[in-house]
Design a protein around this ligand. Structure first.
Ligand SMILES: Nc1ncnc2c1ncn2[C@@H]1O[C@H](COP(=O)(O)OP(=O)(O)OP(=O)(O)O)[C@@H](O)[C@H]1O
Ligand SMILES: [Mg+2]
Length: 310
């Protein structure tokens, strides 16, 4: 057993002139939720298809659960669950029959199969509607069923390509909680892509950001913040004026100043002492309630990474 669920070494894949995945070197430890972020067309789905052995690399290699993606793709597919763009459901069958079908294909023993199906359908809020044929279901409900399908055989690793796309906020939270519970309960490793940065922040211990096929940043959300955004201080109080804003902007080390109601945010070139700036504000008659270290939203970090030259 290797410690990493996924290892890629210079993994590359091109389609004609498009370099969809470019020299990807990535390690995903077991037992975590890894979030793969990137703009449309940046190579996320292609990476997942390479890891599942559905596509062959043009260069480099990858190992999933210790198996080589080219030579041992069957072993990988037996031990992983995947939700890809196509949900893989039989529209004319009921929810329960869909899962029964897949459960039999996985050769799950009858009793275990039934209890697992009930557990998943209940946890995903679908149990009451289990006998309806899936063709009549809304997109979000189908999506939840597709997640159940991916998790059915208790695989140690699941790939979820935009699992909450199209889900309403309540369903998205429910799915997120179910994923978190599964990770905790069963030690599952999750490789997920999402365009919802709030979701990535809540769910993932490790994030990778891909741009035009190249991995441009890896780290936990806090590390990415430190890497891709400038330090800032936030001052809560009253009496902020645009005149003061202008004055602060001319101080050494200050990159930008923003006032939003009772919060004044000062972006700094590098982390410097806030004292001189606070003094300046006090002398100008500002009532200060709190001075705190601010942090960028993941959204800001993401936009910075997308814009930066590399
Ligand atoms: N089978 C294919 N044939 C030709 N080009 C492909 C193929 N699959 C992917 N590509 C190209 O590879 C690039 C990466 O696509 P990919 O689907 O991996 O992006 P993505 O990050 O998943 O995007 P999205 O967020 O829109 O799902 C795109 O330029 C795409 O057009
Ligand atoms: Mg995709």
């Amino acid at each position: 057993m290797t410690e990493n669920a996924i290892i890629t070494e210079n993994l590359s894949r091109s389609f004609n002139k498009v370099q969809a995945v470019n020299n990807l070197c990535l390690q995903v430890p077991r037992g975590i939720v890894f979030g793969f972020l990137g703009a449309n067309g940046s190579g996320k789905t292609t990476t997942i298809r390479l890891l599942l052995g559905l596509l062959e690399p043009s260069q480099g290699r990858a190992e999933v659960l210790g198996y080589d993606t080219v030579r041992q793709a069957n072993s990988i597919r037996r031990r992983t669950g995947a939700l890809l763009e196509h949900p893989g459901l039989y529209e004319r069958l009921s929810a329960i029959d869909n899962l029964e079908f897949y459960g039999r294909a996985w050769r799950l023993p009858t009793l275990h199969r039934r209890s697992r199906i009930k557990e998943l359908l209940s946890n995903l809020g679908l149990w009451e509607r289990r006998n309806e044929s899936v063709g009549t279901w809304s997109r979000g409900m189908k999506q939840r069923l597709a997640v159940a399908r991916a998790m059915l055989h208790n695989p140690p690793l699941i790939f979820l390509d935009e699992p909450t796309a199209g889900l309403d906020p309540v369903a998205a939270v429910a799915l997120r909680e179910e994923l978190q519970a599964m990770v905790k309960r069963e030690g599952v490793t999750v490789f997920l892509t999402t365009h919802n940065l709030g979701e990535a922040e809540k769910l993932c211990q490790l994030l990778g950001v891909i741009r035009q096929g190249k991995l441009i940043a890896v780290g936990n959300p806090n590390e990415l913040r430190d890497k891709a955004s400038s330090p800032r201080i936030e001052i809560v109080g009253s009496g902020f004026t645009s005149q003061l804003q202008g004055l602060l902007q001319t101080q050494p080390g200050v990159e930008g100043v923003n006032i939003a109601g009772e919060v004044l945010t000062i972006n700094l070139h590098k982390l410097i002492s806030a004292a001189p700036l606070v003094n300046l504000l006090v002398r100008a008659g500002v009532q200060i309630e709190e001075v705190r270290k601010g942090s960028a939203s993941l959204e800001e970090v993401f936009l910075n990474l997308m814009e930066a030259d590399s």
